[in-house]
Design a protein around this ligand. Sequence first.
Ligand code: IPM
Ligand code: MG
Length: 371
Amino acid sequence: MKKNIAVIFGDGIGPEVTQQSINVLNAVAKTFGHQFEFTYSLMGATAIDQTGNPLPDETIEACLNSDAVLFGAIGHPKYDNDPTATVRPEQGLLKLRKSLQLYANIRPVTTYPSLQHLSPLKAKNSEGTDFVIYRELTGGIYFGRKELNADKTRAIDECIYTEQEIERVAHLAFQHAARRRKKLTLVDKANVLETSRLWRKVVQELAQQYHEVAVDYMFVDNAAMQLIINPRQFDVILTENMFGDIISDEASVIAGSLGLLPSASVGNGSALFEPIHGSYPQAAGKDIANPLGSVLSAAMLLDHFELTSEAALVREAVDWTLKHNFVTKDIDPVNFYSTATIGELICEYVSNKVPGEFHQANVELRKSTII
Ligand code: IPM
Ligand code: MG
């Protein structure tokens, strides 16, 4: 198989974690006889620094011409603390989502037994959690009319949804639920918001087409609580843009490390794959960031190409590193390995170089000495 992958390293730890995914994809290509061509483009604070624009036209062009986009992270503190900044890194990502019509953001949340001790939840509540969030990504309050009056004392962010915008993401969520445990929870605020009442109506109508899927409805405030007290009850969660942004960060800590969670944003054309963590500027360039969120995003990219065995092998490699405590500093602050070492181990596993009974001592030598 021959595929063009547009790479956007982005900001902070974006480049170093994404590089591991590129290496893993190259190892997959070699092992399975595929051809992956990578093109590199700018977005975010890095793009502002180099071009003045958070999303140069060439980047949109490269992404539109690609089969998939592999993206690192976006954001820089110099913009976060300046509410008056008119050009912001995040505008790049929002514009790219709109330009590629990436209307569904998919964030799977699973737990790993070896990381249980890192979860803020008690084992009895979090063990066996396994759900997927479908977040609508190109509508709602993120993209509505924005206004600030002349004397800057009154601001407006409008939240708009159309039936068609709800339907297309809801179809994807229903289809996924049908392939899983057949339960879909719509998270909304229908007791207060008109847009939420439209979401309920559309989802109730669509449910007729998916008889095998049980649907329930939950207000977002209650959902925020249920995610903590009983996350196992969820199979597929469907929600609008802003609620999805908030609850997916909340859900991401259940597994024990934010650094582990991947995501896919899909639409009608090229899809985009990125770890859900941010740019973590304090760690940038230190080779300590966890590359697994990015590598697991690359596994979702392989699934998107329908390279199922390849994706499964990458996930197996990730499980193997975790099981043998080959982990980065966020997971074990004392005995940890560098970003690049974890990437190399995954590549070796994928390339079949890791024997069934491997020699821990050899890998020990690569343990990081940075404390
Ligand atoms: C995310 C991020 C983005 C969002 C930011 C960086 C604009 O938080 O992908 O969840 O709010 O969608
Ligand atoms: Mg977010």
